[in-house]
Design a protein around this ligand. Sequence first.
Ligand code: G3I
Length: 346
Amino acid sequence: MQKHIWLSSLILFFALGMGWSSQAQVEPTLRELGQERGLRMGAGVSHFRLFNTPAYVDLLTTHYDIMTPTTELKMQALRPSPGVFDFSRSDEMIAFAQENDLDVVGHTLVWYLSMPDWLENRVLSREEAIAILEEHITTTVSRYRGEIYAWDVVNEAVSPDGTLSQNIWYESIGPEYIAMAFEWAHAADPDALLIYNDYDMEINPDKAQGVLALLRSMLAADVPIDGVGFQMHLTTWEELDLEALQALMEEIGDMGLQVKITEMDVRIGEHEGTREEALEVQAQLYRDVMTICLAVEACTSFTTWGFSDAHSWLNESGLEDPLPFDENYNPKPAFFALQSALMGVE
Ligand code: G3I
């Protein structure tokens, strides 16, 4: 017996020394804690990692119960040429999710970026644009009817000044493209949650007012919208007004809509001070946003855009380290901050 304890300690000592985290260190998992608090815990994921990196899959399936493919359901990925759909990678990801007891968020049906080459910079008549968008939404949402629990139907349609963006869909169809997209998505899968997703509402009051105005007009017209996604791409060096954020989320909740944190990450690259200080500020931001989400009844999911610093759209330089696990998949202060916020511990 003595020998066993000694041996385990020795293994743990070497494991920690080599940078491996023991399961004990990361329990309880975010997934378990989220389920206890009625909050879905999510991560943005890539097809390549799901099928090539076992340690990535381990961490994903341990800590999360929803996943968002970060590029594979965008128009650019699904639509190689007019009238043609390529669902090969998204089908594999959805099968993976089902095998691993994760729900899938569909990201995203309508965005002015990540467009296929054949659509980029094209001038479309109103009829052409409506036909393309309707076909895209109806075919995609119908294919995954009952298999995608929430869709980011429209992404980033409001400009920083609060007006609607003058993008290809606005210019060819008019502002009603947004309502149309939600109607087509609802007709194709009446049970999917339909989300409007955007960034910077938490730091730009004009943008927040623009999004609120859009939501009011949609609700007044009975457009089938269920919630709002706050992307939450934050930095450690920009001020975040926590009271204003909570008030905004509550206002959206009072409209009868859900609130979702959809793409959170926190850059540290330009932080003044040591790396340790930056990681502490980062952890505090994760804690604060989680605490607000738990306090706002309407907040139903908390998703980060990736989970390991090894795979982040922001971390090509290796300086931003924006996620809760480091590049070796070890938990960072940000992970423990999320864990303790979920446990209600200071
Ligand atoms: O799929 C090709 C691959 O075949 C090729 O080998 C490789 C070479 O560069 O490029 C791959 O595509 C890239 C794709 O990411 C997958 O890595 C695209 O060029 C690149 O533009 C794409 O970037 C994504 C970006 O959206 C644009 O779609 C990021 O991964 C993704 O994290 C980012 O996510 C957005 C959200 O959708 C909306 N909110 C902001 C967020 C960050 O920009």
